[in-house]
Design a protein around this ligand. Structure first.
Ligand code: MN
Length: 316
């Protein structure tokens, strides 16, 4: 299926619901908001849902959008690698999902039509191509949304997933009026005091494994409650362990829903995707995630075992 086919299919629809994944990030929300605006420009009735609350820092993406609820004829998920990642709305439309647009190499098909391009650093790169294929005239709000997705999913253009295309699309969005300076300041240079307190504590919990090739930090519910930090505010912390010289595998264990969500970030040649797969998760080469039920020692042990197994197999 080509992007033209996706465009044609969407253009045939009139009542469309867009779904973003849970723990929403700039890419899933940027994708949803840009697509929402594009479809509205084409005269479609559009709605949006996300299984989690939208963090306040993304409010600008939704400016001027009227999100009403109606019975959709067509449901499309953006930036979601699995049905499970869509949370409650995903459960509701299980088996009735019409389209999924995604860029994760670990994507497990769950919709009637799956369009996956894992050469894109951000799902918003696909959305930009899709809007053009639908002959949408991109406006400033769409440009801000697409820029946000690209910038946030690439750690502000630092990750290895970035390609010349990534920069070209971002540059084009700037030409259309995307406020890159403000967006990047909000996303990368702004912290709440609670966030800073939680980061200090989390970094204090650092442990080194595999002769220093793996660094691990943990965030417990108790720590989150005591510092008052929100779940979403902890996202930037997952980049920290990998920043240490000699560390190939950086992991952050965050307590959630009766267990620990493990976010893995790797340096070459380590592969986050393979490690996370061992624990039922997925992701990309440099970034992956998985979930282990139980208390901190259980999650820690499971992760260490997965890393040791991976190190043996790969000769890390
Ligand atoms: Mn993404």
């Amino acid at each position: 299926m080509t992007i033209q086919d996706v465009a044609k299919k969407l253009k045939e629809q009139d009542n469309i619901l867009i779904l973003s994944h849970v723990s929403p990030d700039g890419d899933t929300l940027g994708s949803a908001c840009a697509l929402f605006r594009g479809l509205e420009q084409l005269g479609k009735r559009v709605s949006f849902r996300c299984g989690d609350e939208i963090p306040a820092k993304y409010t600008y993406l939704f400016e001027g959008l009227k999100i009403s609820s109606f019975e959709p004829d067509f449901v499309v998920a953006v930036d979601a690698a699995t049905l499970h990642l869509l949370g409650d709305p995903g459960k509701e439309y299980e088996g009735k999902m019409d389209m999924a647009i995604d860029h994760h190499i670990s994507h497990i098909p769950f919709a009637e039509l799956d369009y996956v391009d894992h050469t894109c650093a951000a799902n918003c790169e696909i959305i930009e191509q899709l809007l053009k294929a639908m002959n949408v005239s991109l406006d400033e709000a769409m440009a801000n949304a697409i820029y946000t997705g690209i910038s946030t999913d690439t750690g502000c253009f630092r990750y290895r997933s970035v390609t010349p295309q990534t920069h070209r699309i971002a540059a084009e969005m700037m030409e259309l009026g995307a406020d890159s300076g403000t967006i990047n300041q909000i996303m990368f240079e702004t912290k709440t005091k609670e966030q800073m307190d939680a980061e200090v504590e989390a970094i204090g919990s650092i442990e080194y494994l595999l002769d220093g090739k793996c660094a691990m930090i943990a965030v417990t519910k108790e720590m989150m409650e005591r510092t008052g930090v929100s779940d979403a505010d902890l996202d930037p912390i997952v980049a920290k362990p990998r920043q240490i010289v000699g560390v190939l595998i950086g992991a952050t264990l965050k307590e959630k829903n009766g267990g620990f969500k493990i976010s893995v970030r790797t340096n070459e040649p380590a592969n986050a995707y393979i490690i996370c797969q061992k624990l039922g998760g997925g992701g990309h080469k440099a970034a992956g995630g998985c979930f282990v039920a139980g208390d901190l020692p259980t999650a820690r042990d499971a992760f260490i075992k997965a890393c040791e197994e991976y190190a043996k197999e790969s000769g890390l």
